[in-house]
Each structure stands twice: as structure tokens, then as C-alpha cells.
Design a protein around this ligand. Structure first.
Ligand SMILES: [Zn+2]
Length: 180
């Protein structure tokens, strides 16, 4: 079969493929696969359709965009007024601000509720943020996820992890809903 794509079309296709490959989920998938972890994708029957599901570890992984999931955004109450504090990686637009605040707040509440449901079903949840996957942080983040997975497995199987990892354990930054 002959290749009927014009150079422009081919360029467009290549760009689409590239952006798909560098999607945050793909980075996590490839990083965990290369570290020997096996998983299922977008498990439809679990709350929130986790991006990756590792049955052996009873772990669901969510790879979240910082804007839509309001990474670091705080909703504080001062007396009768509620104040929204943006974060570095989630800047809520000033135009239509009330709309965006409501939307992001809903998304965050839904994430929390889904993770609470998963925890009640005996699943651990790991949230990986898009900003933790930028090139300078990527490997560290993936190592940290791998460490957390092994740590969870050991805990669930009541195996004491060696004291050599103590420091690493305390400094890992991947939040787990189960620990809330
Ligand atoms: Zn972020």
C-alpha cells in the first residue's frame, strides 16, 4: 500500500504521536514497566477509573494534571468568607474566577471521595502530579513510586523493611489516601 500522506499530514501525525508518548500517564507507565512493575490500565469498574491498577500491590495510581485537579490549591474559611489560595502549578484564571473555583473545588472533592471509596475497598491510592514528572524530577518521582509500591507490599505482608531504608521512607513525597 502506498503512503498517501502529504508531508504536512505526516508532520501532524508525528506531532500527535509524540504528544501522546510524552503524556504524563505514558511517563508513569513506561517508568514503572521498566522497573519491572505490571499493571492494568483505566480499570472501568473501580471508582474514578484509576490510570494504572497494580493488583498484586492493591494499588491504584492516578496521574493528575495540576490545573484540573487543583494541585496545592487551598480552600480556607475565614469567618463567614471562604478564601481560595492558588498554588504555583494551579493558577485559577481571574476571568470567570467563580466558575473555575467551583469547578476545581468539585474536581478535588470528587478525587477525595473516589480515593476514600477505594480505601474502603482495600485499595491503596497513589497520586502522581504532572509537575512531578517534568524532566528534572521524573526519575526521582518514578523511583519514589517504586519505593512506595515495595513499601506497601511489605507492610501488607507484615514484613519488616530493613532499617537501611528508614531515611528514604520518611522523605518519600507520594501522598497516599490510605494514610490520610
Ligand atoms: Zn503540580
Amino acid at each position: 500500500m502506498s503512503d498517501k500522506l502529504t508531508p504536512q499530514q505526516r508532520h501532524k501525525n508525528m506531532a500527535a504521536i509524540r504528544s501522546k508518548d510524552t503524556k504524563p500517564e505514558m511517563i508513569v507507565r513506561r517508568g514503572l514497566w521498566s522497573r519491572g512493575f505490571r499493571y492494568r490500565l483505566n480499570h472501568k469498574r473501580l471508582p474514578g477509573h484509576p490510570d494504572l491498577v497494580l493488583r498484586k500491590y492493591r494499588v491504584c495510581i492516578f496521574v493528575n494534571g495540576c490545573f484540573w485537579h487543583g494541585h496545592g490549591v487551598q480552600f480556607r474559611v475565614h469567618g463567614s468568607a471562604s478564601v481560595v489560595v492558588d498554588s504555583q502549578c494551579c493558577r485559577i484564571p481571574h476571568t470567570n474566577r467563580a466558575f473555575w473555583v467551583a469547578k476545581i473545588r468539585r474536581n478535588k472533592e470528587r478525587d477525595k471521595e473516589e480515593q476514600r471509596m477505594l480505601a474502603s475497598m482495600g485499595w491503596h491510592c497513589i497520586t502522581v502530579w504532572e509537575c512531578e514528572l517534568k524532566p528534572s524530577k521524573r526519575e526521582e518521582t518514578l523511583d519514589s513510586i517504586a519505593f512506595t509500591l515495595n513499601h506497601i507490599w511489605l507492610q501488607d505482608h507484615h514484613v519488616k523493611s530493613s532499617s537501611g531504608h528508614q531515611q528514604e521512607e520518611e522523605s518519600h513525597t507520594i501522598p497516599m489516601a490510605a494514610e490520610e
